[in-house]
Structures are given as C-alpha cells and as structure tokens.
Ligand binder design. Sequence first.
Ligand code: 5GP
Ligand code: MG
Ligand code: MG
Length: 176
Amino acid sequence: MHKDVKEILYTQDEISQKCKELGKLIMNDYHDKNLVLVGLLKGSVPFLAELSKYVNLDVTFDYMDVSSYEGTESRTITIKKDLDQDVKGKDILLVEDILDTGKTLSTVKAMLEERGAATVEIVTMLDKKEGRTFPIEAKYVGFEIPNAFVIGFGLDFDEKYRNLPYVGILKEECYQ
Ligand code: 5GP
Ligand code: MG
Ligand code: MG
C-alpha cells in the first residue's frame, strides 16, 4: 500500500467484479441502441477501461475534458477538450470516476441533450451522495461512499495517485 494511503476502500478485484455487474446491466439496457461511452478526462480512464471489457456490444468511445470553477454554485464550466463526434440521435453514457456535487455532470448532460443526443445517462465508479448540490443521479453506480477524499484508480490529488490499482482514502497530513 502507498505510504500516503490511510485505508483501502476497494481493491482492484472488487472494482473489476463491480464492473462485470455494471456491464451486464448496461448490455441489457443498450443492446438495441447506438451506445457511445464518453469518458470524462482524466479520472475516468482506468474505470472506463475496466468497465468496457464487460460491455460486449458494438460501442464507440469518445472523451471530454471539462473543468468547473471552484467555489461557485454557478453552472459555468470550461470545455478543454470537446467530443470528436456529433451526438445527434446517439445514446450517450457518461463515464465518471466520482459523482460529488453533480455540477460537472449536470452541466455536461444538459449540454449534450441540447445538441440532440437521443439519451444521456451516467455511470460512475463512486457516488458521494452527501455531497450533492445539483439535482442529478447516475443510472449506474459502482459504490456509494461517505464524504472522504479518495484517490486511486484514476482519482488524483494534485495529479498524483491516479495509477494506484485500488481506491483508498488519502491521509489528512498529505493535504494539510
Ligand atoms: P462534481 O460532482 O462536484 O462536479 O465533481 C466531481 C469531480 O470532483 C470528480 O470528477 C473529481 O475530479 C472531483 N472529486 C470529488 N470528490 C473527490 C474525491 O474524493 N477525490 C478526488 N480525487 N476527486 C474528487
Ligand atoms: Mg472527474
Ligand atoms: Mg482531480
């Protein structure tokens, strides 16, 4: 275990097992649809890679990189990298590492709906329900977690720890 990790919440095996379960649900819901998996950079990449192994459909991938301004309740986000494709008529599944306030995803969802996507749903590896300030829920949730700062399996602190093969709680002394 990394020296900055206080506690491991989910191991690689547990995450993989969860991806298998989510993959089944997704295949059942999207087998007759035009599914595009949209990863939100950068945190969703390891989860998207694992999950997609269990989505045995003809899916396509795309990525978006957005940042929301800190310390404001406004819906303003900046698009750093937009999708490569036109989403009109497509079934979009937004893939996220963690859903917290919901600001990022509620804004992105509204934007893709406005562009004419047929459906826009969310799959998130982790859900911090207590943190929610925007009215949005994920259709598929890996694990519900309490309000702690977690790292690993894509999640960073100051761009570090994304490569840890598990999700863990960061020691307080590392961000104080
Ligand atoms: P929100 O739902 O507030 O718009 O934003 C979710 C984003 O906040 C996530 O994609 C992630 O970048 C960041 N975030 C929220 N909670 C945590 C956490 O516990 N750990 C890490 N590393 N990032 C988090
Ligand atoms: Mg994210
Ligand atoms: Mg981050």
